[in-house]
Design a protein. Structure first.
Length: 181
């Protein structure tokens, strides 16, 4: 239970993704730092988005994760979603937290591994938002959890389920390649 009447906040951070075919170009423009994508690249990305239903699943999946975390934390907490390259942007999420009276915010990168272009950029976006919003909001940043025992256990469970596809006698010879994507 939160000792003060002011809620504590959790900010889930993700890269972002276009939520429609019309959003692909502005999304890519954000990724490219304001430069419009070359038409060849834009056409390729539009085709890829069409193959996955015309939108990225990431924004909706992240919103669902936020709802689940909110349900687990309950009263006294507010959970926000902040995207680096699409709506809701990190700055907008921080502004919402300030408006809700949050004084302490824990920002959690949904990427378990640190990378300058994702997790490092989230930290910069948080600092920039704090400066632009002239806020004293205290933000604690959780940059990586790749080595957390629960994450490792989850990976192990998924690996074991995947290996069950193979006959028991050949499982010891199955080569496993781990990738971030």
């Amino acid at each position: 239970m939160n000792v003060s009447n002011r809620p504590k906040g959790v900010l889930l951070l993700a890269f972002g993704g276009a939520d429609s075919l019309e959003a692909v170009e502005p999304f890519m423009t954000n990724i490219l730092g304001g430069r419009k994508p070359p038409s060849v690249l834009l056409d390729k990305m539009l085709e890829r988005y069409k193959l996955i239903g015309g939108k990225s699943p990431l924004p909706e999946t992240t919103r669902q994760q936020a709802e689940l975390v909110q349900g687990l934390l309950g009263e006294g907490y507010k959970v926000y979603v902040g995207m680096l390259h699409w709506h809701p942007f990190i700055k907008d999420a921080i502004a919402a937290a300030i408006q809700d009276g949050v004084e302490e915010l824990v920002a959690v990168s949904l990427s378990p591994h640190f990378a300058a272009v994702t997790t490092g950029a989230y930290a910069k976006a948080i600092a920039k938002a704090q400066e632009e919003l002239s806020t004293s909001l205290e933000v604690k940043f959780s940059a990586g959890w790749f080595d957390h025992p629960l994450f490792i256990d989850g990976l192990n469970d998924q690996l074991q389920q995947g290996l069950e596809f193979f006959a028991a006698e050949i499982r010891p010879q199955v080569e496993v390649i781990l990738s971030a994507h």
